[in-house]
Design a protein around this ligand. Structure first.
Ligand code: 13P
Length: 331
């Protein structure tokens, strides 16, 4: 098998390491226009281009954010917007010491004939979009595949793994580090064992497809779920979650992967931080481990802000508190 290595592997690996180095993690603020609008509405903030922009500006300009955050992910809308001082978001992020990232998948559709299992789309035209994002300063990208323990099969894992591999290879060809997110959802009443089985299946398919696609593992960041019982089932201790998560990752994630940054998946901030904290104590990990949380970092800030310009500082404090707390678990 011939593989074409990315043009500048050293730069990719360096970016992947910077994103996952101990002490900092990634802020996921890349909700689609639809999801972000729904979250604003939930807080009685009228959703609009402007309120979505104001909210993302509030997050990235929180003073000292770069002490606990290495990178921030946005959707296409935010990536193309400017702060109120006219600096484009990606330019401002770099000036603030934070690497800018872009979500490039276009969402999920049902795979016909597979009990509602989902496939993530966005490969058409991806190459041109990546070229444009690279030109505008993107250091990394994100693609999220979504699995449900009830519907994942070897086929649905492979189909999504294949899309992730094509995405990752394209990113690397453009000098962009791919964040690879095969998320096993934690909604539902499933057991820890079922989450582990589904996570293994997903990760195994991803890395088989990556090997065939020639993706350079030292230039990717893996963004997995914690292995937990479903949110509607009785909770497991953080130690049990960390042990189950590590068992799966140790068996399924090649040591060459540059780093791992977990999603929070709807777990409360405190739980997600406790899982990370326990994982840090697991000896002999092959990869650095940090966070790439969305809701666990931002939900409180959004609710404190509530669209009120007078509450920006308080919202930023809430964000910083959560980011610092998550970052401490990685040191
Ligand atoms: P959560 O941490 O809220 O799950 O979001 C992370 C993310 O980026 C989902 O794609």
């Amino acid at each position: 098998m011939t593989t074409t290595l990315p043009a500048d592997l050293a730069t990719l690996s360096d970016t992947a390491r910077r994103l996952t180095q101990a002490g900092r993690g990634i802020l996921a603020a890349d909700e689609s226009i639809r999801t972000m609008s729904a979250r604003l509405e939930n807080e009685d903030i009228p959703p609009s281009v402007t309120t979505r922009r104001d909210y993302r500006e509030l997050l990235v300009t929180a003073e000292g954010l770069s002490e606990s955050v290495s990178g921030v992910i946005w959707c296409d809308e935010t990536f193309g917007q400017a702060l109120s001082d006219d600096r484009p978001f990606p330019v401002a992020a770099r000036e603030l010491g934070i690497l800018p990232g872009i979500k490039v998948d276009t969402g999920t559709k049902e795979l016909p004939g597979h009990d509602g299992a989902l496939i993530t789309e966005g490969l058409d035209g991806l190459d041109d979009r990546l070229a444009s994002y690279a030109e505008r300063g993107a250091a990394f990208a994100k693609w999220r595949a979504v699995f449900d323990v009830a519907t994942i099969t070897p086929y649905t894992a492979r189909a999504n793994g294949h899309a992730l591999a094509r995405y990752a290879a394209s990113c690397q060809a453009h000098g962009i580090v791919p964040i690879v997110e095969p998320e096993v959802l934690c909604n539902g009443g499933h057991s820890l064992g079922e989450s582990a089985r589904a996570s293994r299946l997903a990760l195994n398919a991803v890395f088989e497809e990556f090997a065939q696609a020639g993706v350079e593992l030292s230039g990717i960041v893996l963004k997995p779920n914690f292995v937990t019982p479903g949110l509607a089932a009785s909770a497991a201790t953080a130690r049990t979650v960390a042990a189950a998560t590590f068992d799966v990752l140790r068996d399924e994630v090649p040591a060459a992967v540059a780093g791992i940054a977990f999603l929070s998946g709807g777990h409360p901030t405190e739980d997600a931080c406790a899982f990370l904290d326990e994982l840090k104590a697991v000896p002999a990990r092959s990869w650095p481990v940090t966070f790439s949380f969305g809701r666990a970092l931002v939900s409180e800030a959004l609710s404190v802000w509530g669209g009120d310009p007078g509450k920006v500082k308080a919202a930023q404090e809430a964000l910083l508190g959560n980011c610092r707390r998550a970052a401490r678990t990685t040191r």
